[in-house]
Design a protein around this ligand. Structure first.
Ligand SMILES: *[C@@H]1O[C@H](CO)[C@@H](O)[C@H](O)[C@H]1NC(C)=O
Length: 399
């Protein structure tokens, strides 16, 4: 081979390499600093927060996801699904708060490095509970951890909107899309106090349509979004235990509603938990997780604002023909898109709910997932509204 050509080739290769190097250096220098949304908790004693987005940059954040962890290394499954479906690191920073000091779980969380921010509840001490409530200690610790973790994200990290996810929840592909789209409703409508990804009746055969959203007077919990203003209201009186039922109490709820989907955007995979053993086997494991992305942010969700929603919802419910439970098994077909089944008391609600395969419990006067007393679900492929009489005038709350 001609020597000159070889030398020439070498020169070209060398020049090419040099150019690549220069381009790489320029790119590295000029590249906007990588989003500094996450800071890993490195040392159990200092809660370093310096790289977390501060007040100046919060406009870009839609909501901070707060994962409540304790002693389940399976939190990995939650974190994997969160990180897998997260649309933007910037819009949805993830903070994992761990109570309990469980080492194996700590290692799992730490292995996510700077993809998440890891904070540890500093107070893992034993907790004093009322006499005779030793078996309920878990609920007391959980409440203490929630208070600390919420204060951390709202008061220390100055976040404005937070989505709470427990360590046994897996999310749907459009979980973030759903919260991003509904956040504006939470900002605009003072009669809303949360958006939840959960439907207690979200079982196969009971739900249809992943575009469908509702208002509910029942606080669903389980993957839910709240604003700082609500935290500021609840923080001073945060309860020692059973925080979710406490929130359902009229004194806290104050007639406010949550948005919830027809088809859940979270499911729980854990049967081991403070409260979920038997409940898991009987109900939770049948809950369906939405698997097809729905573009909520491209839709007009104004219909969920109270002034638009209430007249429309009440009209839809009460113009649906009234049927009895027997109707569904009579072989007659009603030429209507929906039907209404009426209950007159808590007792008749419970027995109809059992017959129709939905949750039968009522908390602080509100049936699960009810809005203005009405629970919407599918039965025998028909939209059913289990509803009180038209002249209903509020939930009955008895201590
Ligand atoms: C969105 O929906 C509301 C009420 O349902 C309606 O009044 C409004 O005009 C709609 N906006 C757009 C841009 O279509």
């Amino acid at each position: 081979m001609n020597m000159r050509i070889v030398t020439f080739n070498r020169k070209i290769i060398f020049a090419g390499l040099l150019a690549c190097l220069v381009i790489a250096i320029i790119w590295t220098i000029s590249r906007p600093t990588r989003s500094t949304t996450h800071d890993r908790f490195k040392n159990g004693k200092t809660n370093s927060i310096k790289r977390f987005p501060s007040v100046e940059s919060t406009e870009e954040i839609v909501a901070t996801v707060l994962v409540i962890a304790c002693n389940r290394p399976e939190v990995e499954r939650s974190l994997d699904s969160l990180l897998r479906f997260r649309t933007s690191e910037r819009k949805f920073p993830v903070v994992v708060s761990q109570d309990c000091g469980h080492e194996e779980t700590a290692q799992v969380i730490a292995s996510y490095g700077d993809k998440i921010m890891y904070v540890r509840h500093p107070d893992v001490s034993d907790i004093t509970v009322p006499r005779g409530s030793d078996n309920l200690k878990g609920y007391y610790k959980l409440s203490r951890h929630y208070r600390w973790a919420l204060s951390r994200v709202f008061d220390v990290l100055h976040q404005d909107t937070v989505i709470i996810v427990e360590d046994d929840l897996e999310i749907a592909p459009d979980f973030f899309e759903y919260f991003e789209a509904t956040k504006a409703l939470l900002d605009k409508d003072p009669t809303l106090w949360c958006v939840s990804a959960w439907n207690d009746n979200g079982k196969t055969g009971r739900v249809k349509g992943n575009d469908l959203l509702y208002r509910t007077d029942f606080f669903p919990g389980l993957g839910w979004m709240l604003k700082k203003s609500l935290w500021e209201e609840l923080a001073p009186k945060w309860p020692a235990a059973f925080w979710d039922d406490w929130m359902r109490h009229p004194e806290q709820r104050r007639d406010r509603a949550c948005i919830r989907p027809e088809i859940p955007r979270v499911v729980t995979f854990g049967r081991i938990g403070v409260s979920r053993g038997q409940f898991f086997d009987e109900h939770l494991k049948y809950i369906k997780l939405n698997n097809e992305f729905y573009p909520f942010t491209e839709r007009n969700l104004t219909y969920l604002m109270k002034d638009v929603y209430d007249p429309m919802f009440i009209n839809t419910v009460y113009k649906s023909p009234l049927v009895s439970y027997e109707y569904f098994h009579s072989g007659h077909v009603m030429p209507a898109p929906s039907v209404r089944v009426q209950y007159e008391s808590e007792e008749t609600f419970r027995s109809l709910a059992n017959q129709l395969g939905i949750m039968n419990d009522i908390k602080a006067g509100v049936p699960r997932m009810a809005y203005r007393g009405v629970v919407s679900f599918m039965y025998k492929n028909l939209r059913v509204y289990l509803a009180p009489p038209r002249n209903w005038n509020g939930y009955e709350y008895h201590e």
